[in-house]
Design a binder for this molecule. Structure first.
Ligand code: AMP
Ligand code: GLY
Length: 410
């Protein structure tokens, strides 16, 4: 089989590597791919947002299966365009992608189908939003409605901070803002293979969203991750499947937005049980980089079976994975590009490229999140030591990282 992975980040690097390991696959293509993927996949110079050229390429090369990484490609309707041409693709339609691309869409469905989540109101004007924030008081959470790469959310601990977030959100014309109750508890990511009402859970990962140690600083796309998560027992996972993931997949069908692809539940274990923080219409990043290396089942075979509405029992490596993101100076507010990176070939574990490119013969930084060093070991403590030992082998004076990935669960 020929498999095409759309995207160029660490998540796509992990998706492509999982496809490459499949016994069913002869050749993996990545569009546009990255220098890490080019070690085992054929990178094609087509942007992940150039839907027409992606379709033409898949037709010309007779690609048997396409797997979509980024939400931006999904939001542009890449799945709709492939399906129109009879091409097999694993991902949600533009319509179903709204579960991520509109917080209001997701919250309305959760409310209608009693899927546990924070209480909320949606606003399209600043005055009403300010009045609501003043009435509710802090802490409170302000979420801009569209796709924000994990950055449109402010968890405000003071009234001043929340009013500032409302001001910023409404400085963007026609913005819609969801304001919700602040939840407290233990966050985790549950990602499922989904096709309509077939929902197959993967193992749990925990992301570290804040930019600095001790969960300080603004939210990012994710600064590090590990899997599995000891605190999240099989009973808790079953509860999350029964009350969140399966009901959501069914609700999407019921509401006329059937979902195919990776459905990502951003969940929180609170004193009042599991609550949904958000849904994403794709694999998590960096969740993919720690979950997929533990999957022992044939990744492509699982996707084909799920798309055929068959249920599958997944096999997992019992070892623990832990990944440390190396990000560019200034991230998430800004990022520096073009800084030379050395030592990536010296690591003992695995390095996924999140934002790199080749500049002449040098690997250089090319984004906010640049690399993730992932280690596998028998214990979380050992995986931590190994992943950080590898981080120290990578030299680049424009990168920084958190020092406490996984510490909360040790
Ligand atoms: P989201 O983009 O919705 O996942 O939000 C980003 C991060 O903000 C989440 O991973 C949480 O850490 C935090 N967050 C979002 N919503 C809430 C909430 N209602 N209560 C507490 N924290 C939240
Ligand atoms: N790591 C969080 C996300 O992919 O949204």
């Amino acid at each position: 089989m020929k498999v095409l992975v759309i995207g160029k980040g660490g998540r796509e690097h992990a998706l492509a590597h999982a496809a490459y390991k499949s016994n069913l696959v002869d050749c993996v293509y990545a569009a546009p791919g990255n220098p890490g993927m080019s070690k085992f996949a054929q990178c094609v110079n087509i942007s992940d947002s150039d839907v027409d050229r992606l379709v033409s390429f898949a037709k010309e090369e007779k690609i048997d299966l396409t797997i979509v990484g980024p939400e931006a490609s999904l939001s542009l309707g890449v799945v709709d365009a492939f399906k129109k041409e009879g091409l097999k693709i694993f991902g949600p339609t533009k319509d179903a992608t709204q579960v991520e691309s509109s917080k209001d869409f997701a919250k309305k469905i959760m409310a209608k189908y009693n899927i546990p989540t924070a209480t909320y109101e949606t606003f399209d004007n600043k005055e009403d939003a300010i009045a609501y924030v003043k009435e509710q008081g802090a802490p409170i959470v302000i979420k801009e409605d569209g796709l924000k790469a994990g950055k449109g959310v402010t968890v405000a601990s003071t009234l001043e901070e929340s009013l500032e977030a409302v001001e910023i959100a409404f400085s963007i014309p026609n913005n819609k803002v969801v304001i919700e109750e602040c939840l407290f508890g233990f966050e985790f990511s549950l990602i499922c293979f989904v096709c309509d009402d077939v929902v197959i859970p993967m193992q749990i990962a925990q992301d570290h969203k804040c930019v600095y140690d001790g969960d300080k600083g603004p939210n990012t796309g994710g600064m590090g991750c590990y899997s599995p998560v000891k605190k999240i027992t099989p009973e808790i996972i079953q509860d999350a499947m029964d009350h969140v993931m399966i009901p959501m997949a069914k609700a999407m069908m019921e509401e006329g937005h059937p979902f195919t692809g990776f459905l990502y539940g951003g969940l929180m274990l609170t004193e009042k049980g599991i609550k949904t923080i958000e849904f994403n219409a794709r694999f998590g990043d960096p969740e993919a980089e720690v979950i997929l290396p533990r999957l022992q089942s044939d990744f492509v075979d699982v996707i084909l079976k799920v798309m055929n509405h068959e249920t599958v029992e997944l096999q997992w490596d019992p070892q623990v994975t832990l990944g440390v993101v190396m990000a560019s100076e200034g991230y998430p507010a800004s990022s520096t590009k073009g800084a030379i990176i050395e030592g990536v070939d010296q690591v003992d574990g695995f390095v996924y490229h999140m934002g790199t490119k080749m500049d002449h013969d040098h690997l250089v930084t090319d984004g906010g999140r640049v690399l993730i060093s992932v280690a596998k070991a028998d214990t979380l403590e050992e995986a931590y030591e190994k992943a950080y030992a590898d981080v120290k082998k990578i030299q680049c004076d424009k990168l920084f990282y958190r020092n406490d990935i996984g510490k909360k669960d040790m």
